[in-house]
Design a protein around this ligand. Structure first.
Ligand code: ZN
Length: 151
């Protein structure tokens, strides 16, 4: 299977069967952002514990890229600390803007790589980034409100 075909499969799979779809009732972080250029919407809820994302869920609608991105993201960030998440968000940003990604050696295939083709379509970068922007803004607001709440 060609690589771009594999990427396409991953995106469609997440779009058709979104992981972690829903809204957490006991969320510590709750934020909704929109991408007016495409009509994409993401409502993200997170449950935090010990400075880590314990649970993540999203509701939303919009194009394949925006929804698949949210689905892949909620899988990816579970159990991670905020600093780790910020690092992955940086990698993802570079990937969708420049098509560059350094895969950690221990991983065979990272579903994040499926977004490598986005860099060829600059208008879609906002679609791919919407979930991650929601995540980073939500986490920042949470840190601001709970500066010592990491134990
Ligand atoms: Zn979109």
């Amino acid at each position: 299977m060609a690589l771009d075909q594999l990427y396409q499969e991953v995106l469609l799979d997440h779009y058709r069967q979104p992981r972690n779809r829903g809204e957490l009732a006991d969320a510590d972080v709750r934020l909704e952002l929109k991408n007016p250029f495409c009509g994409d919407e993401i409502l993200l809820t997170l449950k935090m514990a010990d400075g880590r994302v314990q649970k993540a869920a999203f509701e939303g609608h919009g194009c394949v890229i925006s929804q698949a991105s949210a689905s892949v993201m909620t899988e990816k960030i579970k159990g991670l600390r905020v600093e780790e998440i910020e690092k992955i968000a940086d990698q993802f940003t570079r990937l969708v803007k420049e098509g560059r990604y350094e895969r950690p050696e221990e991983e065979e295939f990272d579903e994040i790589e499926a977004f490598a083709g986005v860099c060829e379509f600059p208008t879609r970068v906002k679609c791919a980034m919407l979930a991650w922007r929601t995540l980073l803004q939500g986490l920042q607001a949470h840190e601001h409100d709970h500066p010592h709440d990491d134990h």
